[in-house]
Write a protein that binds this ligand. Structure first.
Ligand code: BV8
Length: 239
């Protein structure tokens, strides 16, 4: 991998890659702030909150069931950007961590292993009574029963909602504090704490690269910018 000044970026330095909805856009999955950023007329961050689940759990279940159906649907598959990152992970000799804000499983379907879903996973559910986590199907509802403790109406999507603590922050900040390269792909830099990772990486002296269709809210923090479709820019960057 070479930076825009052609300086070879050694595959032996610790690297952190952050991805957002933009990397899955070309796989047919809607981005959050794409189109109108609405689902059934609801602003996404209206249905992705603990308050929404408390007030109207059926609406929230419908939202996540619809996204599970879409993700499991025909034609939804990892694109060239996911596949290029999987090649990079296999070729990387230094510490490698992929942190994704995405709840889809396209990185894993592309063969990636060292992934951390900081906002949870669409394919999993958690029981609020016994805290058991297990695979979720497309029919989750308030009538669903927990297979472990038998309680009803206690199953929720195992995702991180607005106002909730993201997953693995300790591991993420540890990796950011020692990384030599930080790459952000397909994220608008509007949701925290993810949007603040580039500053932590820079503070550690990392070379920072942003790959995005448009400028993001944190573009100024990056050393290098690759503007374009992830499916074209990521292979060009890493191969
Ligand atoms: C809206 C925003 C202002 N609000 C927040 O950030 C809030 C509140 C907040 C906390 N700190 C702050 C500081 C300042 C201001 C606000 C806050 N944050 C939280 O609540 C977080 C939890 C947030 C997580 C919420 N859950 C999600 N998802 C899971 C659910 C679900 O999926 O249903 S967030 C969800 O939205 C975000 C969407 O953003 P992107 O992925 O960037 O997608 P977007 O559509 O915006 O952009 C796509 C980009 O791709 C580009 N693109 C499009 N197509 C392509 C293409 N083809 N190729 C390349 N690029 C492309 C576009 O140009 C665009 O730039 C993702 O994070 C995604 O996971 N929790 C928390 O803070 O807990 C306490 C705490 C405090 C301190 C330390 C620890 C904890």
């Amino acid at each position: 991998m070479r930076n825009e000044r052609g300086r070879r970026l050694g595959k032996d330095v610790p690297i952190v890659v952050l991805t957002g909805a933009g990397i899955s856009a070309e796989s047919g999955l809607a981005t959050f702030r794409g189109a109108d950023g609405l689902w059934e007329g609801h602003r996404i961050d209206e249905v992705a909150t603990p308050e929404a689940f408390r007030d109207d759990p059926e609406l929230v279940h419908r939202f996540y069931n619809a996204r599970r159906r879409q993700l499991a649907g025909p034609g939804i598959a990892p694109n060239a950007a996911h596949l290029a990152l999987a090649r990079l992970e296999r070729a990387w000799t230094g510490d490698f961590l992929l942190v994704t804000q995405n709840v889809d499983d396209l990185h894993e379907r592309a063969g990636m292993v060292r992934t951390l879903h900081m906002h949870g996973q669409l394919g999993m559910m958690r029981c609020l009574a016994c805290d058991e986590v297990g695979p979720a199907d497309e029919q989750l509802s308030v009538r669903s029963c927990c297979g472990v403790c038998g309680s009803i109406a206690t199953l929720r999507p195992d995702v991180v909602w607005f106002g909730e603590m993201p997953r693995g922050l300790g591991r993420i900040y540890k990796a950011l504090e020692t990384c030599g390269i930080f790459i952000a792909i397909g994220t608008s830099g509007q949701v925290y704490p993810a949007a603040g990772f580039v500053e932590a990486a820079r503070a550690a002296g990392a070379w920072s690269i942003e790959v995005n269709l448009l400028a993001s809210a944190v573009s100024d923090f990056f050393d290098e910018h690759w503007r374009g479709l992830a499916s074209e820019a990521v292979p060009a960057l890493v191969d």
